[in-house]
Design a binder for this molecule. Structure first.
Ligand SMILES: *Cc1c(COP(=O)(O)O)cnc(C)c1O
Length: 407
């Protein structure tokens, strides 16, 4: 047999293995130094009590034949789909119904599997820097073209630079594009798109017959007191005929290891005369047998008053860390972005210093691990990403080390 040759075209996943290798080398050479990891894209606080209680009760359900559950609907259990539609949309004035909600084991799964629905000749557009999953899943399917190691770009993919020069707002691409990935609040830049900026994209997609894939994994980190920032693309007029939205319980409710997410595909969304909600239902029923019953019950508890309060507390804890990082960087004259509606701070490196060079400097002199921006795409060069997912004490300690370095 022959394998899918697109795998052979892909460059190795250099970023996290290289960070690990440099960090390990530093630790081996400096066993007495206290390392602080601010590169992590994973939560650290334990699950809320309500989630633990709900999952324990669900395990008990499975222990008795009267309440046992085997295979559930591949779209998700009806009670959870109803709660999501009601709490995340209808109560916020967004008209989305339970049959437009598809529960899954996470947003990474959904935003990579969704490419099953698209013709191979579609042109994909992504922001640069970017969450790498959007690019790689299309490359595996055969929509990448050829990879140029010198530019770090795929010939058939349209890259939309989002940097401080354009205030991290992607411009409508000059080349034609059929499927556009947008992520707000953004990973890695921590920046957001406001209503008017999203409306421009929605109007463009409706006119062109293009499709927007909107990743809202960090939606709960949005601070409503600052600017008109949609929590959902479906707040934007016209989005139901041009957009799919991805949500996750990972960063908002600490489910990174538990696994749960969902996507919303409106009933009004059609392309080439086909209803995308029906196509996705068909795809999921073919390839997926539903998320775990135990985990779905855990997710339901996140929507109780108690659950909402508990996860809000954790999000504020991470956001406070991000604020401390951002303010600390700014206090020594560095330019930092994000960190307000997001756990991520995107920091410009000092003039003339590359991403990896700055990574090394912070590792060697401050014993802090960050993520070099260049790992997220060519336009990420000249930046590093720091996260608020550490502990408060470690975050404060790291910031005071950076302040000393630049004093
Ligand atoms: C973490 C992350 C996700 C992944 O979420 P899971 O639900 O854990 O699969 C999706 N999109 C972005 C941008 C992320 O940073």
């Amino acid at each position: 047999m022959n394998i899918n040759e697109n795998f052979a075209k892909m460059p190795g996943s250099y970023l996290f293995s290289e960070i690990a290798a440099r960090t390990e080398k530093f630790v081996n050479n400096n066993p007495d130094k206290k390392l602080i990891r601010l590169g992590i894209g994973d939560v650290t606080l334990p699950l809320a009590d309500c989630v633990i209680d709900a999952m324990k009760a669900a395990v008990d359900d499975l222990s008795k034949s009267e309440t046992f559950h085997g295979y559930g609907p591949s779209e998700g259990i009806a009670s959870l789909r109803g709660i999501i539609a009601k709490s995340d949309f209808i109560e916020k004035g967004i008209d989305i119904s339970a049959d437009e909600v598809f529960v899954s084991d996470g947003a990474k799964t959904d935003c990579s599997n969704i490419v099953d629905l698209f013709s191979l000749d579609n042109i994909i557009a992504v922001c640069d820097p970017v969450y790498p999953v959007y690019v790689d899943s299309n490359v595996i399917a055969g929509r990448g073209g050829t990879y140029d190691a010198s530019t770090q770009k795929w010939s058939d993919i349209v890259y939309m630079p989002t940097t401080s020069e354009n205030d991290f707002v992607p411009a409508i691409p000059g080349r034609p594009a059929d499927v556009v990935y947008l992520c707000s609040p953004n990973n890695p830049t921590g920046t957001v798109l406001n209503y008017d900026q999203l409306k421009t994209w929605v109007d463009w997609a409706n006119e062109r017959g293009a499709l927007l894939l909107f990743d809202a994994a960090y939606e709960r980190f949005i601070d409503d007191s600052e600017g008109n920032i949609p929590h959902s693309i479906f707040e934007v007029e016209g989005a139901k005929t041009c957009a799919i939205e991805f949500k996750s319980f990972s960063k908002t409710a600490g489910f990174t290891g538990v696994r749960l997410g969902y996507c919303v595909i409106p009933n009004d969304l059609t392309r080439s005369g086909q209803n995308l909600n029906k196509l996705w239902s068909r795809r999921q029923n073919t390839k997926f047998n539903g998320a775990s019953y135990i985990v779905q019950k855990g997710a339901e508890s996140v929507y109780t008053d108690n659950g909402k309060a508990q996860i809000e507390k954790n999000i504020l804890y991470y956001k406070n860390n991000a604020r401390i990082i951002k303010e600390g960087l700014e206090s020594v004259g560095l330019q930092a972005y994000g960190g307000i509606h997001s756990p991520y701070v995107w920091c410009k490196t000092p003039a003339g210093v590359g991403s990896w060079e700055f990574f090394d400097e912070l590792l060697q002199k401050c014993y802090i691990v960050t993520t070099p921006g260049a790992g997220f795409g060519p336009s990420g060069e000249g930046y590093i990403r720091l996260t608020g997912f550490g502990t408060h004490d470690n975050t404060s300690e790291a910031v005071s080390r950076i302040k000393k370095l630049f004093a």
